[in-house]
Design a protein around this ligand. Structure first.
Ligand code: SF4
Length: 456
């Protein structure tokens, strides 16, 4: 994904046009997007303009992703394009943790920094383009500069991860878990809501581990003592009166209490738990919690506590050593778990991952075939689950119009960017951020169709 931010370039004042302008290309996941937002916020605070195109930029920052081989290739391609189109390029992000790889391909890159090294990125920019002398000319909005639309925002609560999943190099790239102070997160959340956000999407590499690195200390917030842990953070966020959605929850037992908050309506009844597999042998090789029965029990418990809960998960097929029997266990798990949304990836041997040393690699065509079979099964389940929602009244948050001019929204059960959508009948365009009640009239494999009832 490429995002170029241009908060006001089209109507830049003459004064602003004389300011050094930075172009920004942001690749990768929501976590990288938040890094980009922070860097852009600092640049705006220092008085730089943000350019909408390569031609308008005095320098281009490329925030790279280094998770999968395909993401690395995309990142290298983006660096090459920025060099060809502009010539002055600073590289940051996950792929920046391997500077020799970038230098080998593009020796002319001005500077390379790793993930969340905000100060180093700014220092590299200052070295090339000194900051303008009048940072007060334009105040940065208090919520910072965001790359997401105004009506929803990502809220990053921690960096890094203490787990050691064998297929993943994120802990090597980003280091161990570092939780942000609770008052800082809540102040940012309040500012985002004051700026118009109707939905906050809480993210981290390992969201459910929030606070563990600092041993869950109490913090003072609005005269109350609040523990630095996910449960308490969610309770506080739940007071803001907007949708609170949690992503990337490792399947820890403490999720049970988070589901209770969902049942109480304090946060959205939406659980994104990447299970990754269901065969105990493969989960063990992945260094993940390895009891499938317990996972099924847990899912049953969650649904008992919160019957309307939507569960999203992702899986990896073709992991080294995965036999047809392991894969059959995964399909049986999906049949039983009846998850609402599922993503499936074919295993990729990421450079530096421990799993690369495992024997019995699965041929690519076998892995691709398994992925197709898994998705075919899940499509049937997903279509059945969506069909069961026809006739229901649901609240929808409008995201805008698609290329075909259809009005697109999401209910509490669809996360932005990763799930299906709700197409809403509308004779006139509805503004992004509009909240309305709809009746679901039809469903297909991924999406729902609805007509408005009333605006609450
Ligand atoms: S929990 Fe996620 S980020 Fe952490 S090691 Fe596992 S896959 Fe990587």
């Amino acid at each position: 994904m490429t995002v170029e931010a241009s908060p006001k370039s089209a109507h830049a004042t003459r004064r602003e046009r004389r300011r050094p302008a930075i172009g920004f290309v942001s690749l990768g996941c929501a976590k990288a997007l938040v890094d980009s937002e922070r860097i852009i916020t600092r640049l705006r605070a220092e008085g730089y303009a943000i350019a909408a195109s390569y031609a308008e930029a005095d320098l281009v920052v490329v925030n790279t992703c280094g998770f999968l081989l395909s993401a690395r290739a995309e990142s290298l391609e983006a660096i090459g394009e920025a060099l060809a189109e502009n010539g002055k390029v600073v590289v940051t992000g996950c792929l920046g943790a391997e500077p020799e790889r970038i230098r080998a391909a593009f020796p002319e890159v001005l500077a390379i920094t790793g993930p969340h090294q905000y100060e180093a990125v700014l220092a590299a920019i200052h070295a090339q383009l000194p900051p303008p002398h009048a940072p007060y000319l334009e105040l940065v909005p208090p919520q910072g500069v965001r790359l997401t639309p105004r009506h929803y925002a990502y809220l990053k609560i921690a960096e890094g991860c203490d787990n050691r999943c064998s297929f993943c190099i994120i802990p090597k790239l980003r280091g161990g878990l570092v939780s942000r102070p609770l008052p800082e997160i809540l102040a940012e959340a309040e500012a985002l809501v004051a700026a118009g956000a109707r939905e906050l999407v809480v993210i981290a590499q390992d969201t459910a581990a929030y606070g563990r690195d600092v041993r869950y200390p109490p913090a003072s917030w609005r005269g109350r003592s609040v523990r630095t842990r996910l449960f308490d953070l969610c309770e506080e966020l739940g007071r803001l009166g907007v949708w609170i959605r949690l992503l990337y929850l490792y399947p820890y037992p403490q999720l049970d209490r988070i589901v209770e908050l969902m049942a109480e309506g304090k946060i959205l009844p939406y659980l994104d738990v990447p299970f990754q597999h269901a065969s105990p042998a493969i989960l063990k090789a992945m260094r993940r919690p390895a009891s499938t029965e317990r996972m099924i029990e847990r899912i049953r418990l969650w649904r008992r506590v919160c019957p309307e809960l939507a569960i999203r998960s992702t899986f990896i097929v073709g992991f080294p050593g995965e036999t047809e029997e392991d894969f059959a266990q995964l399909l049986a798990f999906l049949e039983e778990a009846r998850l609402d949304r599922v993503g499936c990836f074919v295993y990729e041997p990421v450079d530096g991952a421990a799993a690369n040393a495992l024997p019995d690699g699965v041929p690519e065509e076998v892995a691709e075939d398994r992925r197709a079979r898994l998705m075919a099964l899940q499509e049937r389940i997903s279509a059945e689950k969506l069909r069961a929602r026809v006739g229901r009244i649901e609240t929808v948050l409008i995201d805008g119009q698609d290329e075909a001019g259809r009005t697109v929204g999401r209910s509490r059960f669809e996360a932005p960017g990763v799930d299906g959508v709700v197409f809403v009948e509308s004779s006139e365009p509805l503004a992004p951020g509009t909240v309305l009640e709809v009746e679901i009239t039809a469903a297909d494999v991924h999406d729902l169709y609805a007509r408005p009832i009333a605006r609450p």
